[in-house]
Design a protein. Structure first.
Length: 404
């Protein structure tokens, strides 16, 4: 028996990619495990047992993106053939994001025996372009994705949508998710009750190691020249710099605060994306106490959380937690996040506050409230260790796939 993970895209490193790599590394210690993905990325160069559809990224990726790019076809066919050659009915196959279903469909053409394998779909979310109309009617589409362009392009994906629907409805043995919000969304999109929140959002505490606030600030000052002071109230945020992550709304909220309220307040934003130049211009023009850090390497991630008092993330209809909320809690940060999507499943009155992402005054008041919070490090870490550890996540994964 082999465990075969099909995660088609590592082109943009996010929560799903972190989950798959964590699973892959742990599973390899116990089972014969392989990963299948469409395009090579440099950060995967030291990984073994990964099979690629292509060593080059798709054409016109800036126009079509990655998931529903029509130039993916050649890579999908090549990867499907590799899967067909290596898979058997004895294997456990795990699908994730679209177009994983197209890869499996291609493999089935060459090796029909695979249809007898045990197949699991981990739903991080139904694809927003592929299922644009039903998701928009169900109010799952963030405003920045709502457009005639996406609606029109979605109509052209009828064949791919049919294949995806057929695989999910008729080929997979089970559908599992990491949150109740995604479970509901997946059930409504695919019109099936064969969906369960069997998995959990987690922190890999074996790798994520917070340190003292003083030490973290000193080390980050030395490396990033941030000039963080002992009495500063530091707010940290990390996400791709795109409209749906709420960075403009955060800057709008800071503009609601008086000069006195902004005193000793520092905001550190990690991440890269198309809004980088726009946000930096706003920060400079409006003279806000914000630093754009850019890409944060894994070695420094825990330090940024540790140096901070508050973690803020303002996503629109976030499909999962996100994982960063739990990392913030584990690092003893007070959490500010949105009252829609996945965050309400993770945030309580004792560890944070939920806000309307469209209300800058409400966000500003949450920032002021966060400055009055006291440390609850012992309580918060105990919560993560008990309910949201990666060890618990992987046990649930094994149980769901009947590996144990």
């Amino acid at each position: 028996m082999k465990l075969m993970l099909i995660h088609p895209l590592f082109s943009e490193y996010g929560g799903a990619e972190k989950v798959l790599l964590d699973m892959f590394h742990t599973a390899k210690k116990k089972y014969k495990t392989e990963m299948y993905t469409l395009f090579y990325k440099d950060y995967l160069k030291n990984e073994d047992n990964i099979f690629y559809g292509s060593l080059e990224e798709p054409k016109l990726k800036k126009v079509f993106g990655y998931k529903v790019n029509p130039f993916n076809r050649k890579a999908i066919k090549h990867l499907g053939k590799q899967l067909a050659l290596r898979a058997s009915k004895e294997d456990k196959i795990v699908l994730t994001n679209f177009p994983a279903t197209l890869i499996l469909n291609e493999a089935l053409k060459h090796n029909p025996e695979i249809s007898e394998a045990d197949i699991t779909f981990i739903s991080f979310e139904p694809d927003r372009i592929l299922y644009y109309e039903p998701l928009n009617k169900l109010n799952y589409i963030p405003k920045d994705i709502q457009s005639i362009k996406f609606k029109a392009y979605s109509k052209l994906l009828k064949k791919w949508r049919h294949i995806d629907w057929n695989i999910i409805r008729n080929r997979v043995n089970r559908i599992i998710t990491l949150s109740d919000y995604v479970t509901k969304q997946t059930k409504q999109t695919y019109k099936t009750n064969n969906v369960n929140s069997d998995l959990i959002m987690y922190v890999d505490t074996s790798k994520f190691k917070p340190t003292s606030k003083t030490r973290a600030r000193t080390e980050l000052n030395n490396k990033y020249k941030l000039n963080l002071n002992k009495n500063d109230h530091i707010i940290f945020s990390i996400a791709r710099l795109v409209k749906s992550k709420g960075h403009d709304e955060l800057l709008n909220a800071l503009n609601q605060l008086t000069k006195e309220e902004l005193q000793n307040l520092r905001v550190l934003i990690g991440g890269k994306g198309p809004l980088t130049t726009h946000l930096q211009k706003r920060i400079n023009k409006e003279k806000l106490p914000v630093n754009l850090i850019g890409f944060v390497p894994d070695d420094d991630l825990a330090k940024f959380y540790s140096c901070s008092d508050t973690f803020i993330t303002l996503p629109r209809k976030e499909t999962g937690g996100p994982l960063t909320i739990l990392e913030g809690i584990y690092a003893d940060n007070f959490i500010i996040s949105t009252n829609e999507g996945g965050p309400p499943e993770l945030i309580t009155k004792r560890n944070g506050i939920l806000v309307n992402p469209d209300n800058s005054k409400e966000i500003a008041q949450a920032v002021l409230k966060s400055k009055k919070q006291k440390s609850r490090a012992k309580e918060r870490r105990a919560l993560i260790n008990k309910k949201h550890s990666f060890k618990n996540y992987f046990k649930k994964f094994e149980k769901s796939l009947k590996l144990i």
